[in-house]
Design a protein around this ligand. Structure first.
Ligand code: AMP
Length: 120
């Protein structure tokens, strides 16, 4: 684990079942659940089960199996909501510049309405 990882962040608590979540799907290495403050009709978060701070930490340090499981679950969430054709947006915020609030790597999958231009 990256020694800068905060074990008390809210997603770490969800992974330890200390805080509930609205689970959508999961596999061996990743979990998908609803965002508590949805910004679109569909707003799902996908997180790795192991402790990575952000996109850079995950892409640099996760195993091939973790990468495969993570992106497979993202793909399954897209299929779960049947938005393959109509579309969606995937966002990952990182660090201060990216306005990341929860320091456990996650992607936001947003869909269900026209999401507008990328940066408002
Ligand atoms: P970010 O700014 O990219 O770190 O996004 C963090 C996201 O986590 C926000 O969209 C929050 O609404 C969401 N969030 C925070 N706490 C919870 C929670 N307990 N369950 C689900 N989503 C949460």
């Amino acid at each position: 684990m990256n020694n800068l990882y905060d074990v008390n962040n809210i997603f770490a608590k969800i992974l330890r079942s200390e805080v509930p979540c609205n689970k959508i799907l999961e596999n061996e290495h990743a979990l998908a659940f609803s965002d508590i403050n949805p910004q679109a009709p569909i707003h799902t978060l996908v997180i790795p089960k192991n402790s990575y701070i952000n996109f850079y930490d995950f892409t640099k340090n996760a195993s091939t199996k973790e990468h495969e499981s993570f992106w497979k679950l993202v793909n399954e969430v897209i299929e779960h909501y049947k938005v393959e054709v109509e579309g969606f947006r995937i966002i990952t915020n990182s660090g201060n510049t990216g306005n990341q609030d929860v320091p456990h790597f996650h992607i936001h999958l947003l869909a269900g309405k026209n999401l507008g231009k990328m940066i408002g």
